[in-house]
Every structure is written in structure tokens, then in C-alpha cells.
Design a binder for this molecule. Sequence first.
Ligand code: UD1
Length: 418
Amino acid sequence: MDNRKFIIEETPFVKGDVLISGSKNAALPIMAAALLTSEKCVLKNIPPLRDIIIMENILNILNVKTDFLTNNCVINIKGENLSPTLDHSELMGKIRASFLTAGSLLTRFGKAKLSLPGGCSIGTRPIDLHLKGFSKLGAEVSKEFGIVELKAKKLKGAEIYLDFPSVGATENIIMAAVKADGITTISNAAQEPEITDLCNFLIKMGAEIEGQGTDTVKITGVKELHGTEYTVIPDRIEAGTFMIIGAASGEVTVKGVRPDHLRPVVNKLSEMGASVTEKSDEITVKSTGRIKNADIKTLPYPGFPTDMQPQFMSLMTTGSGTGIINETIFENRFLHAGELNRMGADIKTEGNGAVIRGVERLTGTKIKATDLRAGAALIISAISAMGITEISNIEHIERGYYNIDKKLKNLGVKIKKC
Ligand code: UD1
């Protein structure tokens, strides 16, 4: 068990620039998509995060050659000797994205055998929509003893309607359809920028895809895909997290971002009274005094992202008035509320609703990061809380934020990792 902690001292005013890393959630499916060819793919702007390294390990178990130049954030992937079996429950259980290899394996071999990815602390996270999609494409699906087996003589294009616009299911089905016979249409598809990024990468590999970034994605099966080079998009969630730090505690400019991917965050911060100014690839967020609490409902993109919900809850703990959060994507995503209450916040949760009554100040104490974004929320609060805050279980935070302590130090935050 990893016992490292962040010790954060109250920092009255943060100020500076942060260069945003590549998107973890775009990089993971793109790494899985690189398995669709036996040729080499060169992926750039890949942050050497814990989840990415786990995905690299998974590719290695599949007999894929990788070379991760972590200083340059470039990974070379060559799936020449790819194997169709990923029967490794420990690694598969570590990240949900491990299951994103299923679509590529099915396309390469017409079969795949994978351990189930398991649940996680924010919800049960089933994979039924992925499996329904595969079976619509002609795959036989069986699930026994914690193993999913997929078999298809020939994958055939199909019309697939998703009951919910699941990000992972949309990605997996696209990867299973790129070489299927004929046309596949996914209706009620997820529209997240990470889906568009995956499709842009696949198009560079030779795939024919239209409608990415809308609720209807059309994939026309092609005979072959080839190796290519690709640069992944900046991480909108990392950017949003630092923007909140600006709104809560001073002035932060996030650089190298895509403002069009951050619309819900920019709008909510403006509504709450922060000053937000945009240039083509940077956004500056300044605190203008106490934030005005607001209501938030998480929704699939382009709605408000669930991955920003904990950070906004943290911002509202010291805002004026009352804010209400309705979490509609995950059933158990308020674990941070209890930790924030330990710091003196006034949050009540019931089911998928939370009521946050703003208090004047929080105070430092010993708290625990329960998951990735919950951990980010605790950092936001620790920066302005009176005294010293000790955050344990920081391995969760390091799954998704590259060099977060260094980036915070550059803003003047008094943070130590020990
Ligand atoms: C991805 C992101 C995650 C983000 C989430 C929602 C990655 C690596 N992770 O996760 O950070 O929080 O999108 O924006 O990109 N569901 C089903 N059946 C399925 C699949 C999903 O019921 O087969 C449900 C889930 O339990 C959840 C909801 O759909 O309640 C959303 O899940 P989904 O969009 O699939 O999220 P992920 O792809 O797992």
C-alpha cells in the first residue's frame, strides 16, 4: 500500500501559469486503438501518469512492444505480435480503460478473452452497453468466472442505439466497427472531445468515420489500417481543475488548452462571479472575492462534466449562499463530501443530490483522497483552508494529474510530498 501524502499549507494568494498536459482519457482509448494495426504508431502528448503506465503494462502483457519516452511524453506502440488473451484480473481491475482493448482485439482476431474490469469507488460501472454493441456487430458474447469471451466469424456493420451515451461503450464499438463489413451507425453516441480525438486518430490510420462529436457516428468498414503519428488533445479536466484553483484562491492562467472543450466550466465559473478571460489556447481565471454558489447538474457532454463535480463542490464550500449538485452519471460520487465536512464544510448528501451551504472558511486537518477527482477537490480546499492539511492516498490523484505538486509549487502553493 502506498502511504505517500501531500502536506499543504494555507496559501493566501496563488498566481501563475500552468501548462496543461495531454488528456489521460483521450490517450487511453488511443493506446488501445493502436492495437488495430501491426505497424508502429507514435503517440505524442501522452502524460506519464499512473493510469497510462498501467495501460502500457497491459499492452505488454498482450505481447505488444512499447517504448515510452516519458521525458518527451511520446509512446511508440507496435502490435505486431499481439495476443488475443488478456486474462489478468489484477491489472484489468486497476483501470476501467483496460476493457477498451476488447474492440481492437475483436477486430484483429475475430475473438478476444479478457478479465472483467470490475467496479470502482464511484459506482458499479457495468459493461453491458459495450457487450450489447459487440453482439449487434455479430460477436458471440459469453461471461463466466470473471472472464468475457468474444467470438465472431466476421464482424458486420449494424445500427446500434445506446440506451445511454456511454463514453467507453462508444469508443469500444467504434474500434470493433472500423474493419467490419459495411456500415455501422451508433445513435445516442457519446459526444465527448475524447471520442472525437479517438476518431481523428483512427481516420489517420485509414478508417472511414463521420459524425464524431455528434450523437450519431457512422463508421464504414475498411480493409486495412496502418501505423501513424498522432498528438492527443489537452486534458480539459486538468485545465478545469486549475481554473477552479484560480477562482478560489487568486489568479491562474491555463496554457495549451482547447477553450471549446471547457464551455460548461467557463460558463459556471462566470455565473459564480469569477473573472474569466480567454485567448485562442489559454484561459485566465481570477478570483473576485467570495464565489456565489450555484446549482450544477452533471450530464453527458456537452453538459456539465461529472469529472469536474467534486472540484466545484469544493469551490462552493466557502462560497456565499447555497448550491445544489445533482450527480446524474455515477451513483456514488460524493465520497469527497465527508472529507470536506471534516475540514468544516457544510454539505448534506442524499442519493444523487448534495446541498452545499457556504461557510466562511475551512480548516486544515488529516483527510483522505478516495478517488482521482475527489483528491483534486481536497487539494483545492487545502490551498485556502486555515493551517495545514494532510492528504493521504495520493496515488489516486497521481493517476490523473501529471506533476501536480510541481505545477502547484509554480503557482506559489506551499505543498510537500512525503
Ligand atoms: C469515462 C471517463 C471518466 C468519466 C466518464 C463519464 C475514461 C477513461 N474515463 O468513463 O473519467 O467520468 O467517462 O464522463 O475516459 N454504463 C453502463 N453500462 C455500460 C457503460 C456505462 O451502465 O456498459 C454507465 C456507467 O455505470 C456510468 C455511466 O454509464 O453510470 C457513464 O459511464 P461511461 O460514459 O461509460 O464512462 P467511462 O467510459 O467508464
